[in-house]
Design a protein around this ligand. Sequence first.
Ligand code: HEM
Ligand code: HEM
Length: 185
Amino acid sequence: MPEKTQYYTRTAQYLHWIMAIIFITAWVIGFYSGNFLSYDVDGSFKGNIITLHKNIATVILFLVVVRLFWRYTHPTPALPASMSPAMKSAAHIAHWILYFILIALPITGCLYSWSAGHPAPVLYLFEIPRLLDKNPEIMSIVAPAHVYLSWFAGLLLLGHIAAALKHHFIDKDHVLRSMLGKDKS
Ligand code: HEM
Ligand code: HEM
């Protein structure tokens, strides 16, 4: 296990914030398409929006591999001593569920797309090789899995952001700064 420091490394911080921007953007676009657009009203516009959602969201799958490798090979900061053991455990569990979501959402998204007979494109540059042919039976499982997981992710993220703000403005500890600052050396 990596030893404890005050701050996440610069690389871990960049990965966290870049992935946060990509994730939240993909989430909002997916939610907009899934709940506010219909093929009956403007099919090609909805198609373009879903394609945009996929091209952005697949990037998460590549970045999370780099991030987990970095997580295992570099030290992470200790949580404040003022937190109770139960709160520390809750924070760690929440972080691992967030990592699970960072893997499971893009994977269920790709399975959803392939089983519907569509590609999983990355940044309009290339496609992830298809591991599945069109398959309505699989789609009837992975489509709701993707949708429900995305809603759960939205709720968990609200809690994650609220917790970060509470640490900073109410508890006035270093948790938010650990994802922003740097050791003076
Ligand atoms: C970080 C990763 C991702 C996030 C946060 C995310 C989030 C979402 C959300 C919030 C929805 C709307 C759910 C609803 O109907 O309420 C959605 C739908 C969808 N997502 Fe994703 N998704 C991700 C990755 C992917 C990937 C990689 C693909 C495919 C390559 C994909 C394909 C789809 C499709 C086809 C829909 C249905 C859109 C519609 O019915 O209009 N998603 N996603
Ligand atoms: C405005 C949005 C966000 C804020 C203010 C925020 C804030 C933070 C802070 C302060 C930490 C360090 C917490 C600690 O040491 O206990 C952290 C860690 C983390 N955040 Fe976020 N975050 C945001 C968005 C996101 C998003 C969108 C995701 C992914 C879906 C995410 C995933 C994670 C994960 C997995 C960790 C644990 C890092 C580790 O220990 O390896 N965050 N976040």
